[in-house]
Write a protein that binds this ligand. Sequence first.
Ligand code: NAD
Ligand code: MG
Length: 388
Amino acid sequence: DNDNNNNNRRKEPDAIVSVKLDQDGQRDYPIYIGSELVKERGDLLRKHIKGETVLIVTNETVAPLYLEKVKESLLLSSSSKSLRIESVVLPDGEEHKNLDVLDLIFEKALDARLDRKTTFIALGGGVIGDMTGFAASAYQRGVNFIQIPTTVMAMVDSSVGGKTGVNHKKGKNMIGAFYQPQCVFVDIDSLDSLPEREYNSGIAEVIKYGLIRDAKFFDWIEQNADKLQKKAIDRKSLVYAIQRSCENKAEVVELDEKESGLNVRATLNLGHTFGHAIETGVGYGEYLHGEAVSIGTAMAADLSFRLGWIDENLQTRTVDLLKRFDLPIEVPRGSMTKEKFMDLMAVDKKASQGKMNFILLKGDLGGCVFTGDFDQTKLRETLESFVD
Ligand code: NAD
Ligand code: MG
């Protein structure tokens, strides 16, 4: 159809979140959120491509679904006549988020003779986003970079904040850089093909934003949980959930871009200390990240209640909301012991000076603290009630 070229009928994004990073606004960038963005708004994407070449980085699962659509949209956009589009398709999976696979991006870029004015586009979930961003930070000492996230996790979490990188055999996300994109292009239509489990896993992080800093948002998610179900998505509600999540993360990142010790950014890790122990202890692959975070969040709420920091009602609401999205809230029987939890959490990077730090809920809904300063017997009680 002709709509793509019709300036008068251009569909506007449903929401735009602007991420502010500096006083002078030099590195600020927009997150566009809406339906049919890939189909209709190649021009918007094109606007953020500075040079004449792009390298789309995607994986073998996402490529057959969206690669041609993105290419087509870019080529149809009016100013793209001289745009050269290259692409590289990586193997799918967290186990491929490593330096060897990263090198496939560099090889492609060098073979295609892409210069410093090229733009790398990440098309995929958090794995592709993290790898492409890191590759962009290093290729010829840094090239422009755009994110087109295609999972809820990537839309609400990994594509905001500038953390990029790969895993090392000695540790997850250990090699990387802070590197900000030119823009993020969130087309919620891409979620239609996302498996429900992956979708719900991302919702765990959405709920997290409400718990750590946004009581009104938490109330709203509770009231609109039906409209956010994968099987019956209400697009307007989903756009709002993504927008509010991005705004919350952006606000935290603006306060503490490089995790400088203010401990603000650390609050984004609610449920993650327990969650990481579960991911490692139960075995990688058993749980998706958001699922482990969900169990961890239930544990953090349990500990907060035992400490007398929140009332029982808030603990119940937390668990109930996670359950509405079929998220797990219990440690599978026989998979973990108290000692295993303690050992795994002690090596978590949030442990400093021998003390184990947690993000715990405190006070009214929306309040949390990052601390190691609490009655440790309560931690043992929480662990005892979650393992058997
Ligand atoms: P993922 O990238 O592995 O994607 C999940 C699965 O969904 C993959 O199999 C993928 O191919 C598939 N997929 C993606 N989009 C699809 C679509 N639209 N339709 C069908 N299938 C699709 O996982 P994720 O949950 O998106 O991201 C997890 C990664 O993100 C981890 O590596 C984690 O470390 C990272 N992360 C980074 C940050 C950050 O701040 N940089 C924050 C959170 C998570
Ligand atoms: Mg997380």
